[in-house]
Design a protein. Structure first.
Length: 180
């Protein structure tokens, strides 16, 4: 069963980027297939990328509203090309251990290169994150959010990855940092 690992904690926003916040510590999401997506400490996020005019709509809400901020993390890190992907089945370690030691060379051979994963893979990962029971995201909202990301997400994906889906050099991606 998919689940989140670690504490989702944001550091104060950067003065130059009022719509973005930084992760204060590593945060992970484990997919049903045993693949763990780590959003590294220092990664910038804009929450669920919800247009401002929709923030006051009760069923949509603010980008950093509880459910929105959780399911958007693996997706944002994946689009930005900064997510760390670990095959927990091959590594034979728990998600908690992986979150603690992913920066060590001992598990590098169990890491998957995120730039080889398609935009659709990242969108489906977000959809799976919305299905974590503790978030209580309604089925219709999952479908609306997933459809919106599939239709409108190409622009954000290309912002970080270019037209061919390759991760762009960090200096051309604006304020995205790989590690904090």
């Amino acid at each position: 069963m998919s689940r989140f690992v670690g504490k989702l904690d944001f550091a104060p926003q950067d003065p130059g980027q009022p719509k973005e916040w930084k992760l204060a510590q590593d945060f992970g999401f484990v997919r049903d297939d045993g693949i763990m997506v780590v959003s590294p400490k220092g990664a910038h996020t804009d929450g669920a990328s919800i247009p401002r005019f929709l923030w006051s709509v009760p069923w949509v809400g603010h980008p950093f509203r509880l459910a929105n901020r959780f399911f958007s993390q693996p997706h944002d890190a994946g689009y930005a090309g900064i997510a760390v992907i670990i095959d927990l089945n091959a590594a034979q370690i728990t998600p908690e251990t992986a979150l603690d030691i992913w920066r060590e060379s001992a598990i590098v051979s169990y890491m998957i290169h995120g730039e080889n994963l398609s935009r659709k893979w990242w969108d489906e990962t977000m959809r799976e994150a919305m299905e974590v029971p503790v978030l209580k995201v309604k089925r219709w909202k999952k479908n609306v959010v997933y459809s919106a990301v599939r239709i409108f997400g190409r622009r954000a994906y290309r912002k970080h990855r270019g037209k061919r889906g390759k991760v762009l050099p960090r200096h051309s991606r604006g304020s995205v940092e790989a590690r904090g």
